[in-house]
Write a protein that binds this ligand. Structure first.
Ligand SMILES: Nc1ncnc2c1ncn2[C@@H]1O[C@H](COP(=O)(O)OP(=O)(O)OP(=O)(O)O)[C@@H](O)[C@H]1O
Ligand SMILES: [Mg+2]
Length: 326
């Protein structure tokens, strides 16, 4: 039998000449001017080299081409809503800054804040040098807008989420509180990208409540599961259960047991287009993470061997996950 040709892909982010070429090409294809490509290149190299040089923990942080594509896609999707420089600033905050300390072991809160601060300062420099945005104009771009909740939309200016139905519910959740409002802006900003969202934060700060209340206010049905170390994929997707009717049992004691499939909560949400909240995501077993892969990435499908069937995710199906820092 002929062996496979072996080819090893080495680094996550290619060397800087390749990187610059890729960014320029994707920007061009998405109608973004060349100075945006320069700005993105600068930010990516800052995180991959400067931050990694200054903080030992950041040496384990890897950015991928997917991050670059996400920045560009966010800018393209928001080109009618935001100015070019505002779109760049929000894209970098969403894709790089908000998650810069995720997935790596960082000694303490001080180091986290220092890394985020360095990112914000560098971003301000790029805004100044590449887009000519001075400190005063940056303050205006950075100022958070009003919380808005009307019959048709909910959000924090400029990021609005259309409601699924005309709806205005009275409840005791304070979206207007400064931290909650800022988290809501980040959540809806991330939602515009259309990719699953992971919310990480200490216990009791309101992660789950924010997603639940946003779902309620925007008229989406939310299905929530709390993962534990024992949860496996079949708990989420469904299983076959024995079914015997009592009449059949009376007729023939030795009758074969019939099995019938029962959808799990995740498959239900995938088919019907609900929001799905995975709480305590950090407790997920490896098999769950692998099982979720095709659902969470661009494929948006799930294959169920027991049914020998592949299901495509409904366009409205959306995944949120919450976890505490490890
Ligand atoms: N802006 C707010 N207005 C009113 N109540 C809030 C607000 N933010 C959080 N809460 C309340 O704080 C409590 C804790 O919130 P929640 O359970 O969502 O925290 P969490 O971050 O998910 O915690 P854990 O990590 O333990 O799951 C809840 O009772 C929630 O309703
Ligand atoms: Mg919670």
């Amino acid at each position: 039998m002929q062996r496979l040709n072996e080819h090893q892909i080495r680094e996550q982010v290619p060397d800087s000449v390749d990187l610059s070429l890729i960014i320029r090409k994707v920007c061009e294809d998405n109608g973004l001017p060349q100075h945006v490509a320069v700005a993105i290149f600068n930010i990516i190299t800052f995180v991959s080299f400067d931050l990694a040089h200054n903080y030992f923990s950041m040496q384990r942080k890897t950015l991928s081409i997917r991050d670059i594509l996400n920045i560009i896609e966010f800018m393209r999707k928001n080109k009618d809503l935001l100015s070019l420089e505002a779109a760049f600033k929000h894209a970098v905050e969403l894709v790089i800054v908000d998650g810069v300390c995720l997935g790596i072991d960082i000694a303490g809160q001080d180091e986290k804040e220092s890394i985020i601060n360095d990112c914000q300062q560098y971003l301000a420099r790029v805004m100044d040098v590449v887009f000519g945005v001075n400190a005063d104009s940056l303050k205006i771009i950075n100022a958070e807008g009003q919380f808005v909740n009307t019959l048709q939309t909910i959000g924090v200016e400029p990021f609005m989420m259309p409601k699924k139905q005309d709806l205005l519910i009275q409840n005791s959740f304070a979206f207007e509180a400064e931290t909650t409002k800022s988290n809501l802006l980040k959540l809806i900003r991330a939602f515009t990208l259309g990719k699953p969202i992971l919310v990480e934060g200490p216990p009791g700060v309101g992660k789950t409540a924010l997603v639940e209340n946003l779902a309620r206010q925007s008229g989406r049905k939310l299905i929530r599961v709390n993962l534990s170390e024992q949860t496996d994929m079949m708990d989420l997707l469904g299983s076959e259960y024995p079914t015997t009717s009592s009449a059949e049992q009376d007729e023939d004691e030795d009758q074969e047991i019939q099995f019938s499939w029962c959808d799990g909560v995740l498959l239900q949400a995938i088919k019907e287009g609900h929001w799905f909240l995975i709480d305590e995501m950090n407790l997920a077993q490896q098999s769950i993470l692998e099982g979720l892969n095709a659902i969470l990435d661009h494929r948006r499908t799930v294959y169920i061997p027991e049914l020998n069937r592949e299901f495509e995710c409904h366009p409205d199906f959306f995944v949120f996950a919450c976890q505490n820092p490890s």
